[in-house]
Design a protein around this ligand. Structure first.
Ligand SMILES: [Zn+2]
Length: 465
């Protein structure tokens, strides 16, 4: 080999090395540097009100935002505007259609023997009663299972009352059991000839607020109107029934026809690769309260966390995508639309996490990673631990709107919040901003910012190789 050739090769190597060094992005720094930055984000998050301010803005400037409503459309404009104001990129709304349903009027009364009003609310999806309502004798069942065990037919002309209680737990596991009566009561009542169904609210409070929520009629059952009683009104009806026959009149007037426009509002912090870390909450709420804990909080927490990252002014390795899902409450319609639209790119989604369980402090870091990648969960957890967050299990749901993605193989994380009092307010007129504690939501923002920074920059994936 000639000296000149050798010199050229050496020069090429040095130059190439130098050039590749120049091209090495900042975020490809060591994992140690990533953890260090995550820790600094925790400090910033705990000192910031950004999460609370976003929920305040949404719940004050928009208020209730029922799926498919004009208010939800205003919330989408608010979402785009907020993303713009905070400095995010690639802001857009991806529309889809939902069934139109709207509450107009609801009323219930004991007619005899003790005439008085009862506090109720129609369940989402319920049909109307005739204008004068339906009047009938109430037949009570302690649980949905008791109603299911009742003979088919035999409740003709009656109003079915499912008086099942919900258990209060920190993790919300009581909900999964209690919520079955929301669709089950009307469907089982319809199969047995009843004219309406009432349920004890799916909730853990003893305030005089009824809890709404979506119900779905099974195919081929006679549709009967269905409403929830507040807990004290369910107690009242129960006491009256212990004294003898009780007749109740229920009037529900709802609009339920055709389709309406809904949509997902999306923004990004572009990364150096086309891989995506997806976080978000749902933008729609029930119509009774202002949707502060469900799910204004999730919007505030995830957008606030992303804002802290944006303010670092450092390009992450992966793109951070924030999604304000539309129409979650009426059947995860936005989540399904997202999964469908991005089905060919889901392998690029390295993890998904939704905040949709109020604004209580995060106490557990649950993952849904490949077994061989659990070491990454362990080291991420070490960073989150000083926030009072324990290492949870590897069965994370990722939140309702992540469900359709998780089912298609996207790894998920749940930063599990304390939901001890969540179901006191959930889906009621009492879901308002005063239920959110500023320091609690700041802890959430801090945890999300740290988690998202780590997920967006660490070496390695959470899937099976
Ligand atoms: Zn929710």
């Amino acid at each position: 080999m000639k000296i000149l050739q050798l010199r050229n090769i050496l020069l090429g190597c040095v130059l190439g090395g130098f050039l590749s060094l120049l091209a090495t992005p900042l975020s490809y720094a060591s994992d140690e540097a990533v953890y260090k930055e995550a820790k600094s984000l925790i400090k910033k998050g705990l000192a910031s009100d950004v999460g609370f301010e976003i929920v305040e803005s949404l719940t004050t400037e928009i208020g209730p935002r029922l799926a498919g409503s004009e208010a939800e459309a205003r919330a989408r404009s608010w979402g785009e505007g907020k993303f713009r104001e905070l400095g995010f990129s690639n802001i857009r709304t991806e529309p889809f259609l939902v069934k139109h349903w709207e509450r107009k009027f609801e009323q219930a009364q004991i007619i005899s023997p003790y005439p008085q009003n009862l506090v109720i609310t129609a369940l989402g999806g319920s049909i109307s009663t005739p204008p004068d309502g339906v009047t009938g004798e109430v037949v009570s069942f302690p649980t949905l299972q008791d109603l299911k065990d009742a003979p088919v037919k035999g409740l003709e002309g009656k109003i079915v009352f499912v008086d099942e209680y919900m258990t209060r737990t920190q993790g919300g596991s009581g909900y999964g059991i209690a919520v079955r009566k929301r669709s089950g009561a009307a469907n089982e009542a319809g199969k047995r000839g009843a004219i309406a169904a009432l349920i004890r609210s799916v909730g853990t409070d003893h305030h005089r607020f009824a809890h709404t929520g979506q119900m779905t009629y099974e195919d081929d059952v006679t549709k009967v109107p269905v409403a929830a009683l507040s807990a004290p009104d369910a107690d009242q009806l129960q006491r009256a029934l212990l004294k003898g026959t009780v007749e109740v009149n229920v009037v529900l007037d709802v609009i339920s026809q055709g389709e309406a426009i809904s949509g997902n509002v999306i923004a990004e912090i572009p990364g150096e690769t086309d891989e995506i870390v997806l976080i978000g909450g749902h933008l729609d709420s029930w119509d009774l309260g202002t949707g502060a804990i469900d799910d204004g909080a999730g919007i505030g927490i995830t957008v606030g966390a992303a804002k802290l990252i944006l303010d670092l002014n450092k390009t992450p390795r992966r793109t951070i995508r924030i999604v304000m899902f539309g129409s979650e409450e009426v059947g995860l319609i936005g989540a399904k639309a997202y999964a469908k639209k991005y089905r060919d790119r889901l392998d690029k989604h390295i993890v998904g996490a939704e905040s949709d369980f109020g604004a209580g402090r995060i106490w557990k870091f649950d993952t849904n990673f490949a077994q061989e990648k659990l070491f990454l969960a362990e080291s991420m957890h070490k960073v989150l631990e000083p926030l009072g967050i324990g290492r949870g299990d590897n069965n994370a749901s990722g939140g309702p709107d992540i469900g359709p993605l998780r089912e298609l193989g996207v790894p998920a994380v749940t930063l599990k919040q304390n939901g001890w009092d969540y179901f006191d307010y959930h889906h009621t007129a009492d879901d308002t901003l005063d239920k959110i504690d500023k320091s609690d939501i700041a802890q959430n923002v801090a945890a999300y910012a740290a988690f998202v920074w780590m997920a967006a920059n660490l070496n390695g994936h959470f899937r099976k190789d």
